[in-house]
Structure formats: C-alpha cells, structure tokens
Design a protein around this ligand. Sequence first.
Ligand code: GLY
Ligand code: MN
Ligand code: MN
Length: 460
Amino acid sequence: MVMLDRDFASTLHQRRQNLKQQIEFPAILWSGCARSRNFPANKFPFRASSHFLYFAGLPLENAAIRLQEGKLTLYWDNPAPESTLWHGQQGDRDEIAAQIGADAAYPLTELCDRPQDAATIALPDPITYQQQINILNRPLPLPQHSQGQDLALIKAIISLRLTHDRSALSELQKAANVAVEAHKTGMTTARKAKTEAEVRGAMEGVIIAQNMTCSYNSIVTIQGEVLHNEHYHNPLQPGDLILADVGAETSLGWASDITRTFPVTGKFSPTQREIYNLVLAAQDRCIDRLAPGVEYRDIHLLAALTITEGLVDLGILRGNPAELVDRDAHALFFPHGIGHLLGLDVHDMEDLGDLAGYAEGRQRSDRFGLGYLRLDRPLRSGMLVTIEPGFYQVPALLQNPEMRAKYKDAVNWERLEQFADVRGIRIEDDVLVTESGSEVLTEKLPKCAENIEELVMRNW
Ligand code: GLY
Ligand code: MN
Ligand code: MN
C-alpha cells in the first residue's frame, strides 16, 4: 500500500488527543466510497475524505472511525476472499488497525450498534451520505449549515487542521518537491511541444512517476485569462504564454499547488515582461509581509495595491492607486483572491464553506475586489497558504458595458490594447507561516523572468 514513517501512528495518536481537548462527545468520520463508471467494478479513482484521513491516516475505502475520549475505533470490512483474484492480497482489518494505532477494530456493519449521539460531517458522495443518515438516524445538513454537536466538531477539526504538525509538513514538502519537478519539466518541454496537452502530459507524468496524483485538475493553457481552464487542445504558437497551474498529492493525501507562466519560445515579449515583473513584485511583497498576526486580507489588499501601482506606472490605469483599489479597479485585472489554505486539500477545508477560511464573525464581502477572497483570518505559525497574484484580460469583464462605464476614467483603453499579447499571468507558491515570518516550500522553482527563460531554453 503506502510507505509509512516510523512516527505515523504516534502522530495520529497526538491528533486524537488534540481533538479530545476540544470535544467531549463521540464523533464518527466516514472515508467515503468511489463512484462507478459504466459497471460497478469500473470506478473513478477513490479519494478518502480529508477529515477521515487527518485522523485515520490511510485512504481506506468504505471505512469509518469513531473518535471518543482520545480513542479510535476502526470500522472496516476485510476484503472478501474472492477479491484476491482481481485485486491480489490486501491488508486485513487487524493489520490496518495496528498501522494506524487503532484501539479497536470491527466490521463496518457493527457501526450500526454504536451511533449514539455521535457528531459527524456530511460527505459529498451520495452513497456515503445516505449511509450517514441511515446510521445516525437523523437529518444531516451540509457542513456549512451544521448545528449543535456537528458544528462543534467541525470547529474543533478546523482549529486542528488550520496549522500543520511535523508529519503533515513532511508530506506537504514532498508534494511541493514533486510539483516543482513537474513544473521544471513543463518549462523544458514547451519549446518542443506542439500542444498544451503535450506540456500537461509531461508535467503530470512526473507526478505519476513518483506514485503521486494531481491534487486538482491541471490548468495548462495559453488562455491564461480563463481562470480554471481545463481544456488542453490548443496548438502552441510563438508569442504564446503558457499558464501552468499544476499540483501534486502524496499517497497519504497531502497537496501542493503551484502556478508558473512562461513563454513558449523561451523569450517574453517586452509587454509580457513588464506585466510578468509586476505580478512577481506583488507576489514578492506579499510573501515578505507574511508573519503570525498579519491579516491575510491585508496581504490580498497589498497585492491589489502593488498591481494597481504598477498598472498606473505603465499607463494602463489612471489615478491614485489607493483610491483605485478602494474602487475595486484592480479587480478588472486581478479578479480573484490572493490565495487560500493548503493542506490535505487544495483550497483546504472548503468542503466546510467559509467556516475554515473566515474567522468567526466574518463574512465574505460583496465588493467586486474582495468577494473571491477565500481566507480572511489572522495568520498563525504553522499555517500553509498559497500566494498567487495574477493579471488577466478577461473579455467578460473588460468588454462588459457596465464595467467600461464604471471604470471609464480609470482605464486607458488605448494603452491597454498595446498589451494584447498578455492574456493571463499568475505566479503561485506555497508558503508556510513560521514564528519568524515565512518559508516558501516551493522556492526551488525559478520564478524571475530571466531564470524562467533560461529553463525554457535549456537543452535546446
Ligand atoms: N489550483 C487552483 C488554485 O490555485 O486555486
Ligand atoms: Mn491556489
Ligand atoms: Mn493553483
């Protein structure tokens, strides 16, 4: 199955003790099950629920754990004897229980006997969701609408998962390292590739060859202005920039999330270089500012201000940069938030709505320039966040008559036309908040324009 560190079971034990400090009632967490494609045994890849993974450690399918007073009981059925024909010899329940340091282990059917008053978190897969309702014998709202003990459990788990222990950081660094190699390969492949798909294939090949998976659907596109573009058919032409947003996930489920933007030919045009350096300046300034106690929202606003100052200097925006940010003019070109939590998931814990991303009592702004901010908390040592400023020319925003009217005086539209070869640029790194500031887990991947050019040209 998966290689485990020697201190794996003790890490899981410590996480259970930490949960015990926060809740006095039992909790049951389900792992979920894989969805089938055209016939039952032909499945989409299974991904265990991250809340389950955090405490149980291993991606067991169709399993549940009961957590009570620091003890873990595993509920999982031994593989059926006939399944060895198709799947080979697999670990049985007692072996798995020993690996994860479970205090007891039973078949899944026995879970029905002990649901009393247990809190849980609803899973998105419909089969498991129905099992949860049947076993708990009560309605189960979506996590973001939870109440009572379910909500208390969610808050307790958030408080644990917001910062990472040593074992998690070791996995996160592995995921970061593999994504760094994937991005280097993407850059060195670009000049000989004919399509986006070839670059994607080369990048994902590095991840797969390390027995990892992608932590989200890769974005590898010359249409960088399409924020979550998942098409890979475009041919690569001289003058194109490739925006590659590709991350790796370790076999235990820990994620990385990196974006680089590089020229297909290995040479940025003067206009592309101007905007690239501006996005990079915003990212550098934000990373320099990260430290415990700093508000992540202020990091977002710092990126907005830096991009706006740069666009004023380039003559694309007109006016006082701070006033332009107050008017959300930056969001015409930088419409998303500066980043998010990263951990067992990319956009970590967003299955809980904004309960993890937003501090208690805070809500999403309805401002154009703040509404897509996914994290609004004071930073703490041990948090892992992405810092991912960008510049995009999104036709749906820039051609929108209301937007054009609203920002008539703020944008020099003629000057903007001179930057038509800059469709979308994003630079994204994974940054750990530390006691003294921050540490970039993905720092081994070049990001200054000259180093990117050198990598794309390498071996050519
Ligand atoms: N990869 C998705 C994101 O950067 O948020
Ligand atoms: Mn991201
Ligand atoms: Mn990303």
